[in-house]
Design a protein around this ligand. Structure first.
Ligand code: HEC
Length: 162
């Protein structure tokens, strides 16, 4: 009985690998290379433009000057489900951060509004796409400390009276 399953599995794997070979045209290989190129470009831009403040290397919650990007990612995904909406929202924000447009009132209260900086729209769009698609680094203290406090903070922000 066991052997039958084994043979079926092998046949199945064989079938899959044949199928993949058929589809593995040069087009597909190109697309994959393109994606990883944009990916690493997005990450470099993120690191150079945003991680000075949205750092993942601060030792503790007390040392940070802005929420880690992973917290922003989580919050923005709650409001903007599709990639297009998410990218547009993050890009609009980074090009023109104002208190009125903020989703993270708790963060504004804690850190003040993000200073307006001279980012290129094209760069920020790539950064926003990267943030949408990827798992971001989490500071060591993130789960146990910041996330709990942040979710309380967000709760308060959402229940604000005005
Ligand atoms: C000079 C420091 C600094 C840099 C550099 C910076 N930010 Fe911020 N950012 C902040 C601070 C402080 C906050 C938290 C207060 C707030 O929400 O405005 C913030 C908040 C945000 C938010 C949440 C806004 C909200 O309240 O809804 C987004 C999105 C964001 N930043 C994106 C970016 C992106 C993308 C970059 C890089 C292109 C970037 N930031 C670079 C300081 C910075």
């Amino acid at each position: 009985m066991k052997n039958i399953y084994l043979i079926l599995t092998i046949l199945f794997l064989f079938f899959i690998s044949c199928n993949e070979k058929k589809q593995g045209s040069s087009d597909k290989t190109m697309a994959v290379t393109d994606i990883s190129k944009t990916q690493s470009e997005g990450y470099t831009l993120l690191k150079n433009n945003c991680y000075a403040c949205h750092s993942v290397t601060s030792k503790s919650h007390n040392e940070i000057i802005a929420p880690p990007m992973v917290v922003i990612q989580r919050r923005y995904k709650m409001s903007y489900k599709s990639k297009e909406e998410f990218v547009e929202a993050v890009t609009d924000w980074a090009l023109n951060p104002t208190k009125e447009n903020s989703l993270m009132r708790g963060a504004v209260m804690q850190f003040n509004v993000m200073p307006k900086q001279a980012f290129q729209k094209e760069d920020v769009t790539k950064i926003a796409e990267y943030i949408y698609v990827n798992e971001l680094e989490r500071p060591e203290w993130f789960e146990k400390q910041f996330y709990n406090e942040q979710s309380n903070g967000m709760g308060k922000g959402m229940n604000r009276k005005n």
